[in-house]
Design a protein around this ligand. Sequence first.
Ligand SMILES: Cc1cc2nc3c(=O)[nH]c(=O)nc-3n(C[C@H](O)[C@H](O)[C@H](O)COP(=O)(O)OP(=O)(O)OC[C@H]3O[C@@H](n4cnc5c(N)ncnc54)[C@H](O)[C@@H]3O)c2cc1C
Length: 289
Amino acid sequence: MKPSRFDYLRPRTVDEALAMLADHGANDGKLLAGGQSLVPMMNFRVAAPAVLIDLNGIADLAGISEDGDRIVIGAMTRHNDVKAHPLIARHAPLVEAAYHHVAHFTVRNRGTLGGNLVHADPASEMPMIMLVLGAEMHVASAAASRVVPAEEFFLGTYVTAIEEDELLMAISLPKRQAGQRHAFEEVSLRKGDFAVSAVGAVADIEDGRCRNLRLGLAGVSDAALLAHDVGGMLEGEMLTDRAIAAAGEAVVAGIEFRGTVSVSAEYRSDVTRELVGRCLRRIHEGAAE
Ligand SMILES: Cc1cc2nc3c(=O)[nH]c(=O)nc-3n(C[C@H](O)[C@H](O)[C@H](O)COP(=O)(O)OP(=O)(O)OC[C@H]3O[C@@H](n4cnc5c(N)ncnc54)[C@H](O)[C@@H]3O)c2cc1C
């Protein structure tokens, strides 16, 4: 199918884009980033924006830099550029690990981190990674700017805290602290597909005991989740087989799993329990991923 008729605007600066959003955002205007989710939705007429505001001419919205103890990623930075960036490898290795499971090379060449986060597919890896790492979303409208913590950004399936007249400008991540370990595990039906279930985690191991665990899940609920309880449950504990098994049980007990045409709720629950266990074992063993 072809999209329904729309007007096309191509701002050259952030100020121009914000002015266009102020004019059209509340009136069926939509931002276009990589187009890897929006354009298929338009072709199927699930989305029918009256005005498309194309961000691809604004160079200032892309790029990765350091800001003290944080890494700042411009919203229009392509997935593959984030995945391969040396600052990400050094300071946010969990992002790089998870990117191995995001879509295919050609989709990652065009799709952007910002578009991915605003699209907020519940089976998408990056919203969950942003929760685990404690990212902050830098958002602006023509009238004001604000910073939204990841935990307040992802509200539901395809729903975020961003308003119709707001643009996601950048994402900032705290740099990994020395010694922090990380792990990422996913099951999808085919390589590059969205997750049936994905688990990401960071933690410190001090004197053999788990500290500051943050464990997130994707693909198992209406939005990416942080399993707060399991962090508290394992704080100061040794990651023994028994503790890991109990953590897996606790995580799945807190989720109401749903089945789909291809995957039953029971299968998704079993896979999630297993992936939580694998992540915690990797963290215990100090694996690089
Ligand atoms: C075959 C295929 C497989 C895929 N597999 C995966 C996968 O395994 N995991 C995964 O996570 N994703 C996957 N994707 C989706 C891919 O990651 C997309 O790139 C992403 O979801 C959307 O990013 P985009 O830059 O293309 O955004 P677009 O499609 O251009 O936009 C998406 C939405 O975000 C809004 N938006 C975009 N940028 C901004 C901004 N800066 N501020 C405010 N609003 C904005 C748009 O208005 C739109 O509503 C897949 C896509 C395809 C086609």
